[in-house]
Design a protein around this ligand. Structure first.
Ligand SMILES: NC(=O)c1ccc[n+]([C@@H]2O[C@H](COP(=O)([O-])OP(=O)(O)OC[C@H]3O[C@@H](n4cnc5c(N)ncnc54)[C@H](OP(=O)(O)O)[C@@H]3O)[C@@H](O)[C@H]2O)c1
Length: 250
């Protein structure tokens, strides 16, 4: 079913986004991989990915999603390159300040909202007209949407993103687009050591506990692939949690 279908993944150059790209390539989807900078780790990862990928068509698409004009330009360029239809959109990119709300400046709010809410919505606005045969949208969220985590304003944006999933599901139903979200626990990406410094007590508590609690990016990618596929056809406006059960106990 994936043959001939195209997925656009935002922030695909590393971590969860890259794992999703790898999994969806395995599944046979053609990929459009969004990134924002020509230099650095993501750009290098993507160059390697493109060079090694023989199974599916891969197109790189540069845009800083916090700049709505960038997203329009990216979509215009994709059309110029002959891509007329996109079937699935994975909203993976995120950026935020890590500080208490009492210290949030106007610029911090701009970064938070421009990337995670305005940017994600702009991606939807630009990509949905290209989803002419229906498809899916999958938003990657985090536990901060439900739990209060110190110095994590992203949690507030993720709550809004999860609610946006429900609103979009209703609004896009007539276009045969299914919209779902995936709320992941702490994932073993570049972010993990940073989060350990941010939440040392929480990490210590989980590291001392017998339960495995660090989710692997590939595990998030597997569930994303399920939400993108017809296997999840009954799921609409749902948010799945993938946290290895870490929030079950107090
Ligand atoms: N890691 C976790 O513990 C965890 C847990 C739950 C949910 N999540 C969510 O999973 C997603 C991926 O997280 P991650 O840990 O893999 O990586 P991350 O460090 O949060 O990086 C996110 C990706 O988004 C890209 N990005 C950031 N701002 C962007 C912008 N304005 N335009 C385009 N791309 C942008 C980054 O590009 P650059 O490489 O250029 O910076 C990077 O590729 C995020 O939505 C995150 O909130 C993560």
């Amino acid at each position: 079913m994936s043959k001939g279908q195209t997925v656009l993944i935002t922030g695909a150059g590393r971590g969860i986004g890259m794992a999703i790209a790898e999994k969806l390539a395995q599944e046979g989807y053609d990929l459009i991989l969004n990134y924002r900078k020509d230099q650095g780790k993501s750009a290098a990862n993507l160059q390697r990915f493109v060079a090694a990928e023989t199974r599916v068509k891969v197109t790189l698409a540069k845009a800083d999603i916090s700049e709505t004009r960038d997203i329009s330009e990216m979509v215009k360029k994709l059309k110029q390159e002959g891509i007329e239809r996109i079937d699935h959109l994975v909203l993976n990119a995120a950026a935020a300040p890590f500080k208490p709300f009492m210290e949030m400046t106007r610029n911090d709010w701009k970064l938070l909202l421009n990337t995670n809410l305005i940017g994600n919505t702009a991606c939807v606005q630009e990509v949905v007209p290209m989803m002419t045969q229906g498809g899916t949208i999958c938003a990657i969220s985090s536990l901060g949407s439900q739990r209060v985590l110190p110095k994590y304003p992203l949690g507030v944006a993720k709550s809004a993103l999860e609610n946006l999933v429900r609103y979009l599901e209703v609004e896009l139903y007539d276009r045969n687009i299914r919209v779902n979200g995936l709320c992941a626990g702490v994932v073993n990406t570049d972010m993990a050591p940073f989060l350990k410094e941010l939440w040392p007590e929480m990490f210590q508590r989980y590291e001392d506990a017998p339960r495995r609690w660090l989710v692997e990016p590939e595990e998030v990618a597997n569930i994303t692939a399920f939400l993108v596929s017809d296997q999840s056809s009954a799921m609409r406006g749902a948010i799945l949690t993938a946290d290895l059960g870490m929030t079950l106990e107090p």
